[in-house]
Write a protein that binds this ligand. Structure first.
Ligand SMILES: CCCCCCCCC/C=C/C(=O)SCCNC(=O)CCNC(=O)[C@H](O)C(C)(C)COP(=O)(O)OP(=O)(O)OC[C@H]1O[C@@H](n2cnc3c(N)ncnc32)[C@H](O)[C@@H]1OP(=O)(O)O
Ligand SMILES: NC(=O)C1=CN([C@@H]2O[C@H](COP(=O)(O)OP(=O)(O)OC[C@H]3O[C@@H](n4cnc5c(N)ncnc54)[C@H](OP(=O)(O)O)[C@@H]3O)[C@@H](O)[C@H]2O)C=CC1
Length: 284
């Protein structure tokens, strides 16, 4: 067997646990699956396209982990039932569900048709509900578990061009909080991770010329987010590290949503804010 990949967390943090990650053929889903495997979790990988899932599974196996591919569509109840049945047969348990699958198209609100609005709600809200309900029915009402939803920063800020998905993600957050209140008694914890602008393959699908990519970076940390930034937070919440956290909504956005009423750096004297050796406010 090949050597286990080093994890940023303890290599046995998720030992004995089975985790289902949706949308794990790319981006944040793949990064989360890889890191969970390096923490000892056994993975079930779910998305519509089988080939990228197999690639993720191969990466996990090459690093000494265990992964099982269950293709399906979060909008399709039958494919979810099939996946849950196969996970039961293969692993016999499910402890963690990461609802990361999602996507939308960009459009001005006045150009969004009712059909288009509904399609995005189905993909980003109803899909997550269906996965969560099935995981609870099949596994978690009986044995407890942890569910993490990947949403977006739109709870704190407007995102023009994304009215439909902003509505869907806000729906997910409200649903998560209410389920957390109802399902605490079953030992089920539910939380959201809200990513800022994260450099994944998906961003490349938007019609934004590469020379304008820099403008996407509104983080105060002076870099775009990476899939691993999100994976680390998901694992913190999903694993025992987050044992007493439920109903929370954690923003992982490099400060992108720190709105400034005024920016004195531009208005008054930029030199005043130049980087200094000392950061304690005393004269140098
Ligand atoms: C500056 C920015 C910073 C942007 C940076 C800020 C960060 C943003 C955060 C988000 C990042 C990401 O999500 S990254 C993910 C990137 N996105 C993707 O990968 C694409 C995801 N898209 C999809 O999966 C699908 O298109 C989805 C939206 C779910 C709809 O799929 P369906 O099969 O259910 O439906 P379809 O039959 O395709 O379409 C149904 C109707 O939806 C509408 N519709 C669908 N696609 C459409 C399109 N491209 N343009 C217009 N309208 C469309 C039409 O009305 C369609 O009806 P008809 O007209 O009758 O056909
Ligand atoms: N990148 C960013 O800046 C941000 C992204 N997000 C959200 O975070 C999540 C991950 O994003 P990211 O990694 O960038 O995106 P990706 O497009 O790389 O990943 C999304 C994955 O979801 C899968 N998926 C989409 N719809 C379905 C469905 N109906 N059923 C099953 N699987 C589905 C896709 O695989 P397949 O096509 O094979 O089904 C894809 O692999 C998404 O929900 C995204 O909208 C939120 C904020 C910012």
């Amino acid at each position: 067997m090949s050597e286990k990949k080093t994890s940023r967390y303890a290599p046995d943090l998720m030992a004995g646990q089975v985790a289902l990650v949706t949308g794990s053929g790319s981006g944040m889903g793949r990064a989360t699956a890889l890191e969970m495997a390096s923490c000892g979790a056994r993975l079930a990988l779910f998305a519509r396209r089988e080939e990228p899932l197999e690639e993720t599974a191969e990466m996990i196996r090459a690093a000494g982990g265990e992964a099982f591919v269950v293709p399906g569509d979060t909008r399709d109840e039958d494919s979810i039932e099939t996946a849950m049945g196969r996970i039961k047969e293969h692993y016999g348990q499910l402890d963690v569900l990461v609802n990361n699958a999602g996507g939308q198209y960009i459009a001005a609100a006045r150009d969004i048709t009712n059909k288009g609005f509904e399609a995005v709600i189905r993909n980003n809200l109803i899909g997550s509900w269906q996965m969560t309900r099935a995981a609870a029915d099949h596994f978690m009402y009986e044995n407890g578990g942890s569910v993490v939803f990947v949403t977006a920063i739109s709870g704190r800020t407007a995102l023009t061009g994304f009215t439909h998905t902003v509505a869907a993600r806000a729906g997910v957050t409200g649903m998560m909080k209410t389920l957390a209140a109802e399902w605490g008694e079953y030992g089920i914890r539910l939380n959201c991770v809200a990513p800022g602008t994260i450099k994944t393959e998906a961003l490349g699908r938007y019609p934004i010329p590469p020379e304008r990519w820099k403008q996407l970076n509104r983080s105060v940390l002076n870099r775009m987010g990476m899939a691993e930034d999100i994976a680390g937070t998901i694992i913190f919440l999903a694993s025992d590290l987050g044992n007493f956290i439920t109903g929370e909504d954690i923003y992982v956005d490099g400060g992108e949503t720190l709105h400034m009423g005024h920016d004195a750096r531009d208005m008054i004297n930029p030199d005043m804010f130049d980087k200094r050796e000392r950061g304690d406010g005393k004269d140098e």
